[in-house]
Design a protein around this ligand. Structure first.
Ligand code: PNS
Length: 162
């Protein structure tokens, strides 16, 4: 079974890596799919995010990294993916995630959403939080893969040179 893990991944965090690693043990093939979203102003371009994800997941043989636009279910269908993976951190995620899963079900009855509970140590972690900490000069080394931390510090240095 092919499973798609869709998201913004701006940037990938250790929480995402944890979900990806665990998904790779559950499914034959995982495709991490970065949404090309014209409505958002991201910190990193899609090609940068693809590189960051590829570097963070080099150790996983049954994984592919790709980007897509439009509806996630259409992309999943195109890639013959039968499952969408989403991580659930806390009850606060649940409402929006359930709405998304139900919406996707109305668009495609054959694609299932599978929720993986985020590991305890990452239950607070989000890409937005990482960006906020970095913006105010805090350390994000414990929250993202090392090469992503370097990219974020570089990006901050460019935007706010000292
Ligand atoms: O990492 P994110 O930002 O929480 O990911 C959200 C994502 C990309 C999975 C979601 O916004 C999405 O699937 N967008 C594509 C458009 C779509 O399919 N919309 C219908 C489902 S609500």
């Amino acid at each position: 079974m092919i499973a798609i893990y869709p998201g913004s991944f701006d940037p990938i965090t250790l929480g995402h890596v944890d979900i990806i690693e665990r998904s790779c043990r559950l499914f034959e093939r995982i495709i991490v799919a970065v949404l090309r979203n014209p409505n958002k102003t991201p910190m990193f371009t899609v090609p940068q995010r693809l590189d960051q994800i590829r570097l963070s997941t080099r150790h996983l043989p049954n994984l592919e990294v790709d980007s897509f636009d439009g509806l996630t279910v259409n992309y999943a269908r195109m890639r013959q993916g039968g499952v969408l993976i989403r991580g659930l951190r806390a009850i606060s995620d649940f409402e929006a995630e359930l709405q998304m899963a139900h919406t996707n079900k109305t668009l495609s009855t054959e694609i299932e959403t599978v929720f993986l509970a985020t590991s305890n140590e990452y239950s607070f972690l989000s890409s937005s939080l990482v960006k906020e900490i970095a913006k105010f000069g805090g350390s994000i080394d414990h929250l993202v893969p090392p090469h992503v931390a370097i990219d974020i510090y570089r990006c901050q240095a460019k935007t706010h040179p000292t």
